[in-house]
Design a protein around this ligand. Structure first.
Ligand SMILES: Cc1cc2nc3c(=O)[nH]c(=O)nc-3n(C[C@H](O)[C@H](O)[C@H](O)COP(=O)(O)OP(=O)(O)OC[C@H]3O[C@@H](n4cnc5c(N)ncnc54)[C@H](O)[C@@H]3O)c2cc1C
Length: 399
């Protein structure tokens, strides 16, 4: 039996960053990952990092976005681990007057709150990003946003955790959990671990872990898929997205009564097109966008890739002439209300949860890891965590 102050289950960006902060604060940590560190969503995503600035009165979203940005920057510039972080800013294409109306509304609200965002004319935007389509109506520019390499970043957190004497076990699928006194016994195949505190950071698979201890944790897997061009000379400098889905979801956030918010499909029927992408340091231009509820099926569907590529070509016309070189997909952890689930689980002693980060959990992962580690270390949560309290969603399934 291996002892530690804290066991973290899940080697995605949330689990690895939490492990790093726990280990840096002097606690002993065992992290258990079923496959490889960064093997799931945290290593498969587009690498866009959100944020519009802290604003006048920061809430949970700002702690997660701007807090994470600071942690990514610190990893690259202070800790000196190359995660390909750049605070590149983002440009969001506005295709129609309807989208322009919503973009103006959004920018005006965010600026009143003290955040940094503006609308640029196509020519202004092209002076920042020369390959943009000048025939569109305009672009929203958010200077704070950034990007990093998902695999390098997630691995960096686990490596720094290890430097601080955390133990990271890969190929260690958790198969059983049991409360023992106020602590925990965790089984990963034939290995047994125990700890004072247990942190579940298992992304789209969290509902399965909940079942092991009679809890209904309603996290659903949502498939996201992506494609890449061949490696090209540097030519896309910001993260790029489109207002089409934001405008649609503003009016109609849910596709059905029992779906999580902000999906691109109602079953097989597309309701909107979503777009995000960037150019990687290796030269590949990568884009994705679809968000579909398909259980744990994450096979790539090429029809969706083609729709996404057409959308990307409307924003960056040079992409129309390039073939898709490779595709991939992954599962995002969506909560029913679209908000993160980060905090203490009241049904058990010393049980903590950090998940439900949906489509933006790479950019918000390190902030989530920091806040949950802070709660475990101090025993008291940052006030912003009231918004992500697990008790709003979790109930018991045992009799
Ligand atoms: C295609 C795609 C594009 C995306 N683009 C972006 C983007 O540009 N920006 C952004 O911010 N976010 C993006 N996201 C979302 C982001 O990737 C996720 O929200 C985030 O990675 C979730 O991190 P996590 O640590 O919670 O989960 P994961 O990365 O899924 O990690 C959970 C880990 O738990 C492990 N696990 C599960 N069950 C067990 C078990 N029983 N025992 C041990 N280990 C277990 C899994 O193997 C996995 O490694 C995208 C996602 C996808 C799929």
């Amino acid at each position: 039996m291996r002892n530690a102050d804290v066991i973290v289950i899940g080697g995605g960006i949330v689990g690895c960053s939490a492990a790093m902060f726990l280990a840096e604060s002097g606690l002993s940590v065992n992290l258990l990952e079923r496959g490889e560190v960064s093997g799931e969503a945290s290593g498969l995503n587009a690498g866009s990092i959100g944020g519009y600035g802290w604003g006048h009165s920061p809430r949970l979203q700002e702690h997660l976005t701007m807090g994470s940005l600071a942690i990514f920057r610190d990893m690259q510039l202070e800790k000196g681990v190359d995660i390909e972080f750049r605070q590149s800013g983002s440009l969001t294409a506005i295709h129609t007057s309807d989208q322009h109306g919503y973009a103006q509304e959004m920018v005006s609200t965010l600026r009143t709150e003290g955040r940094q965002i503006e609308i640029l004319s196509p020519n202004e935007a092209k002076s920042y990003e020369p390959k943009l389509n000048k025939e569109l109506i305009g672009y929203m520019f958010a200077s704070q946003r950034g990007q990093a390499d998902p695999v390098k970043a997630t691995k960096a957190f686990s490596e720094v955790a290890k430097r601080n004497r955390a133990d990271v076990f890969t190929s260690a699928p958790v198969t059983g959990l049991e409360q023992s006194g106020q602590g925990w016994i965790v089984r990963a195949n034939d290995r047994v671990f125990n700890s004072d505190a247990l942190l579940i950071a298992t992304g789209a698979w969290t509902s399965d872990i909940g079942k092991m201890i009679g809890l209904n944790i309603p996290v659903q897997p949502v498939r996201g898929q992506m494609w890449a061009t061949e490696s090209l000379p540097p030519g896309v400098f910001h993260t790029i997205s489109s207002m089409e889905s934001a405008t649609y979801w503003h009016r109609k956030p849910f596709v059905s009564e029992d779906s999580p918010p902000e999906l691109t499909h109602d079953n097989d029927l597309r309701v909107t097109r979503h777009l995000y992408g960037r150019q990687r340091a290796n030269g590949e231009v990568i884009f994705g966008g679809d968000r579909q509820l398909l259980g744990f099926n994450h096979e790539v569907e090429f029809a969706g890739i083609e729709v996404n590529k057409t959308h990307a070509g409307e924003v960056l016309p040079f992409l129309n002439h390039l073939p898709v070189k490779r595709t991939w997909s992954g599962l995002m952890p969506f909560s029913p209300d679209g908000l993160p689930i980060i905090g203490r689980v009241e049904q058990y002693d010393n049980l903590f949860l950090a998940t439900g980060l949906g489509s933006s959990g790479f950019g918000r992962g390190p902030g989530s890891g920091m806040l949950i580690a802070d709660l475990i270390v101090r025993g008291e949560g940052h006030p912003a965590l009231q918004e992500s309290d697990p008790s709003r969603l979790i109930d018991e399934t045992r009799n």
